[in-house]
Ligand binder design. Sequence first.
Ligand code: ADP
Length: 158
Amino acid sequence: MNKIAVFPGSFDPFTIGHNSIVDRAIALFDKIIIAIGYNDSKQGFFPIEKRKLWIEHIFKNQPSVEVQIYNGLTIDFCISNKSNFILRGLRTSSDFEYERAIAQVNKLLNSNIETIYMLTLPEHTAISSSLVREVIKYKGDTSKFVPKIIADEIKKMM
Ligand code: ADP
């Protein structure tokens, strides 16, 4: 059986913390679908198509990684993509509490799907998309927080 993992998130924008989780998970799964959640009532900071293009560019040489935009329940997205695994990253104990609730509800919705967690590398613990957005708001340099292609584009936008 092919092991397909869905890595869901907003990725607004994709950070080096997200990047590291995917890089480390490549050896564990036959396919990883980075699934960008689309919320009708929440616009997001970067356009969703741009977020998708950036991530596709980052993994262009990784045939087992693909990027999709989705709407609705993550569990339903997993079923329609024949995935039995949800991949998530954990930074802190507050991440753990938040993630625990989501995983337990998902388990009640569909007991066949397992949520798998990877602990962040210590040097990535402080990095979040919301912190990056804050740095951008005040015209700071994002190159220590996001992959180079994203940092370069953000610089051009300023
Ligand atoms: P969401 O809005 O679903 O939390 P995010 O895009 O913020 O989406 O995060 C997607 C996943 O990546 C989550 O599991 C989150 O805990 C994880 N993540 C976010 N930042 C990091 C980081 N610096 N290191 C490891 N995992 C991270």
